[in-house]
Design a protein around this ligand. Structure first.
Ligand code: NAD
Ligand code: USQ
Length: 383
């Protein structure tokens, strides 16, 4: 099967492209490399020294004999996108290629507009590209658990059955996202749902939780295949950030009380979930939604776990409750369903002491690359 990984130079996309290539899929990567450009603009670097994409792919070929096609360009450039689709002829497209940071989208008007135009128009182009050039292709689109927000009822997988004034229907689950980035994902979901309805496209929206970890079997094979690991206040995410903070002796940055509860998963489960979605395509006209996470934790719970794992390694880890730069509930109900991927065969890697240990050791190895001035959050939602 031919799989095009859009955003294949990024954190989830790189791990996925190598995993699928290793499993025998014919893989192509399409990426504009804009994420490397945004890092440069923010003057941040990933904790890990990532090689240029061409070097990465050459190393992969030298090690495994497997070739991954490369298309460098922006999916907002429709001509480029169509040429790539015609050349590669994908059976499935995994779409990771978006601006994915909530704080980045909240910096100012420019960054909100950049986020929504990059994400929403890029995704709309892709829908047209599939419709016009590969209508049978299965779109596997990365959404986010943050589309749902934190409602005071259980979160279902995409749809909820409601009885109202004596009538009953199954409807898209209500969305209450918490940033202009998370909103872009809601807009994408609506556009994909509509395209499936009018053109009979087949699509799976994967509402993914926060991803943690860095090593997968493939990216761990060689230093030149190393994956990115963000720790800065804009692109770094909760658990990864906490491990790196612990390794360099920076107090853990819990925003507010830390009672915020979120859905999380190991990057090794991200790649497996994508494989499961590809191997079990949605029907023609079906807009299918899976909640892609394995466990739920409060942010203060995560900080406590990192503190304990750090202590076991002889690190003295402090926790700081900072004034919350975001507008979000800090104490709330959160119970989301996640059975669909497990029913199709996902066996989760639950968060364990050994994973925290390995992440802390990994962070310690690269600690000299950390710029301490990039750790505290600088983007304010209320500004
Ligand atoms: P990332 O920033 O590491 O990678 C995204 C890649 O997409 C980058 O290489 C970037 O250059 C590319 N890209 C962005 N816009 C593009 C465009 N218009 N055309 C072509 N390429 C483009 O992000 P990530 O952490 O790997 O996230 C991947 C996807 O998964 C995103 O859609 C994100 O919203 C979603 N997701 C991520 C997480 C997480 O914790 N990292 C959690 C849930 C969902
Ligand atoms: N938080 C802290 N301290 C930190 C960083 C974050 O307390 O140092 C808190 C935030 O306030 C928030 C929670 O942790 O309540 C999660 O924040 P995050 O930055 O780890 O994650 P988020 O902004 O939600 O975004 C990340 C990815 C995004 C993806 C999303 C999945 O960047 O691409 O869509 O996780 S989810 O959270 O399920 O929506």
């Amino acid at each position: 099967m031919r799989v095009l990984v859009i955003g294949g130079d990024g954190y989830c996309g790189w791990a996925t492209a190598l995993y699928l290539s290793n499993k025998g899929f014919e893989v192509g990567i399409l990426d504009s490399l804009v994420r490397r450009h945004w890092d440069a603009e923010l003057q941040v670097e990933t904790l890990t020294p990532i090689a240029p994409i061409q070097t990465r792919l050459q190393r992969w070929k030298d090690l495994t004999g497997k070739t991954i096609d490369l298309f460098i360009g922006d999916i907002n450039n429709y001509l480029f996108l169509v040429n790539s689709l015609q050349q590669f002829q994908p059976d499935a497209i995994v779409h990771f290629g978006e601006q994915r940071s909530a704080p980045f989208s909240m910096i100012d008007r420019d960054h909100a507009v950049l986020t929504q135009s990059n994400n929403v128009i890029g995704n709309l182009n892709l829908l047209y590209g599939i419709h016009e050039h590969c209508p049978d292709c299965h779109l596997v689109k990365l959404g986010t658990m943050g589309e749902y927000g934190t409602p005071n009822i259980d979160i279902e997988e995409g749809y909820i059955t409601i009885e109202h004034n004596g009538r009953k229907d199954t409807l898209p689950y209500p969305k209450q996202p918490g940033s202009f980035y998370h909103l872009s994902k809601v807009h994408d979901s609506h556009n994909i749902h509509f395209a499936c309805k009018i053109w009979g496209l087949r699509a799976t929206d994967l509402n993914q939780g926060i991803v943690y970890g860095v090593l997968t079997e493939e990216t761990g094979m060689d230093e030149l295949l190393i994956n990115r690991l963000d720790y800065d206040g804009v692109f770094g995410t909760a658990l990864n950030r906490f491990c790196i903070q612990a390794a360099i002796g920076h107090p853990l940055t819990v925003y507010g009380t830390g009672g915020q509860t979120r859905a999380l998963l190991d990057i090794r489960d991200t790649v497996r979930c994508i494989e499961i979605a590809i191997n079990n395509p949605a029907d023609k006209g079906e807009f299918r939604v899976f909640n892609q996470f394995t466990e739920m934790f409060s942010i203060s719970g995560l900080a406590d776990m990192v503190q304990k794992a750090g202590a076991d390694l002889g690190l003295k880890v402090e926790v700081n409750n900072l004034e919350n730069p975001r507008v979000e509930l800090e104490e709330h109900y959160f119970n989301a369903k996640n059975t669909k991927l497990q029913d199709l065969g996902l066996v989760p890697h639950n968060l364990s002491d050994s994973l925290l240990d390995s992440l802390l050791n990994f962070a310690t190895k690269y600690q000299s690359r950390v710029d301490q001035s990039q750790i505290l959050p600088q983007v304010q939602w209320r500004k």
